[in-house]
Design a protein around this ligand. Structure first.
Ligand SMILES: [Zn+2]
Length: 83
């Protein structure tokens, strides 16, 4: 797992929030895996949502990227433990 951001992607952006979003989204795309089934990598929904939404091709779970962390609902975590 690569723990550093690809800062070249931030070139051309002036706002800190835009830079943070570009870097964290890219990092998730390249480094994250499904916390439920371990599938790698996660895929990103291409929509105009204010938050980045990723999904797992294997188990179809969805995750929202807020700030710099993936949100997983408590219900979902329970399903994972049971499965
Ligand atoms: Zn999965």
């Amino acid at each position: 797992m690569n723990l550093s951001f690809n800062t070249k992607l931030a070139e051309g952006y002036s706002s800190n929030s835009q830079i943070a979003r570009v870097l964290t989204e890219n990092w998730v795309k390249e480094n994250s895996y499904c916390p439920c089934c371990g599938n790698f990598p996660l895929s990103e929904f291409k929509n105009n949502s204010p938050v980045a939404v990723f999904y797992c091709l294997k188990c179809s779970e969805e995750f929202e990227l807020k700030g710099n962390r993936l949100e997983v609902s408590p219900e979902f975590a329970q399903v994972c433990v049971v499965a």
